[in-house]
Design a protein around this ligand. Structure first.
Ligand code: GLN
Length: 432
């Protein structure tokens, strides 16, 4: 396992977040909101931080602050799992963000040589987490139902390909709906078809990343795999306060699942971070209660849908061919038609790297040398330098076998203020 971590390279985030800063670009790369969180969220944080020492200023209970675990059970039992009674001592673990939960799930379920099924394209963090767990990633494609598909709704997970990829060493199927990066929202029927396969293979646990659960558009509905018959005990469902309350910096996530599975993650968490930031957990408990009393989630989705539409318009005007997302923070678009869609590392990029090195590299710009000849990376670099809009290349969401075949696509985040999206639209319209 130690050797596996040595094989890790700088991730896409270490290049493109600094690159956006250095080029003063509109950063549509990393998915984090740039608006002020709602006032009820900030007030909850302020109140939690001011609580007496004994309540929230020391280590939290390692499984999660009791108040938060309790609220999660009440809210999610009702909202997501068809009225199931959840036990805060058994069915929940609060984690260091959803990413923390994904890491714990993989290290506690996967042994050296075990296999993890990723639905491709897959969020890049999954690849690193599988490697650190000592596992092998196997890929099941999310494919367009027909050529020239226009919407993420037209993507499908091929159940036969899924079943064909399962072996006796398969331990985990990592699902993600609403999906990063495409914005596909799996319907109940689609999930049921996957569940029908998984039910035949008791060695497989479904790790279901549902961090964009409330961000669904055009009437799409989020369904949890764990709500399907017989699936609760087979699933670990992962959620995120960062995405739900627009506070990605709080790093509070949670896992819900069968007692035995959650216990394994808890056992691991004790020896990794022990527990998670106490005052923020208390604040999230309040936020969840507030959201249940108001129409906060509907309002958030409405606003995000408007932002999505703004970005779609801008991309189309700039000759990028977008796939319309049904959920989440992102739009993927094909840049093949852009004149800059070539293989070369932009000259300006070389200069910029040298300048940054000379001046102490305060932003921490790093380039993974293996990506110098990748077309989508160079297109994203060109766009940052010449248009001052920063997307990320889509090939980071693919495994080594398929990355080259998917190297003209970019991912753009629309979790940004209207004026930033307007600025991006204007900059993208510029001619050469
Ligand atoms: N989930 C976010 C994204 O896809 C953040 C990723 C990260 O910071 N590693 O942009």
């Amino acid at each position: 396992k130690r050797l596996a971590t040595l094989a890790l390279h700088p991730s896409v985030w270490l290049e493109f977040t600094p690159l956006a800063a250095v080029t003063r670009s509109v950063n549509l790369g990393q998915g984090f909101p740039d608006w002020e969180p709602p006032s009820f969220v900030l007030q909850a944080a302020a109140r939690a931080a001011a609580q007496p020492a004994a309540t929230v200023q020391q280590y939290a209970r390692s499984r999660g602050h009791p108040q938060l675990a309790q609220v999660i059970c009440e809210v999610y039992g009702k909202r997501r799992f068809g009225g199931r009674v959840l036990n805060p001592q058994e069915n929940v673990l609060v984690t260091n963000g959803a990413s923390g939960a994904i890491y714990l799930a993989l290290v506690s379920l996967v042994d050296e040589g075990d296999e993890v099924l990723l639905v491709e394209p897959a969020f890049d963090i999954y690849f690193g987490a599988v490697k650190m767990a000592g596992g092998t990633a196997k890929h099941v494609p999310l494919r367009p139902r027909y050529p020239q598909a226009q919407s993420a709704a037209d993507l499908e997970l091929d159940d036969a390909a899924l079943e064909a990829a399962i072996t006796p060493r398969t331990r985990v199927l990592l699902l993600n709906t609403p999906h990063n990066p495409t914005g596909k929202v799996m319907t109940r029927d689609e999930l049921e078809a996957v569940a029908a396969v998984i039910r035949r293979y008791p060695q497989v646990t479904v790790v279901s990343d549902e961090v964009y659960e409330h961000l669904v558009y055009d009437g799409a509905r989020h369904v949890s795999m764990a709500s399907l018959p017989g699936m609760f005990e087979r699933c670990l469902s992962i959620f995120s306060a960062g995405k739900t309350f627009s506070v990605t910096g709080w790093k509070i996530g949670w896992v819900i699942g069968g007692a035995a599975l959650v216990q394994r993650l808890h056992n691991a968490q004790q020896f990794v971070v022990f527990s998670v930031c106490t005052p923020m957990q208390a604040a999230v408990a309040e936020c969840l209660e507030h959201a249940e009393r108001t129409d906060y989630y509907a309002q958030l989705a409405r606003r995000m849908q408007h932002r999505r539409d703004q970005l779609l318009k801008a991309l189309r005007a700039a000759h990028l061919q977008p796939l319309v997302p049904q959920g989440g923070y992102f739009v993927v678009a094909d840049g093949a038609a852009l004149p800059a869609c070539r293989h070369e590392f932009p000259e300006g990029m070389q200069q910029l790297l040298q300048e940054q090195q000379r001046s102490g590299n305060a932003h921490g710009l790093e380039v993974d040398e293996r990506t110098r000849h990748r077309r989508d990376y160079n297109l994203a670099r060109w766009m940052s330098l010449q248009r001052r809009v920063t997307p990320i290349p889509l090939s980071v969401f693919y495994g080594p076998a398929t990355a080259d075949a998917n190297d003209t696509w970019l991912r753009f985040a629309f979790c940004k203020r209207d004026e930033m999206l307007e600025a991006a639209a204007e900059r993208l319209r510029q001619q050469e």
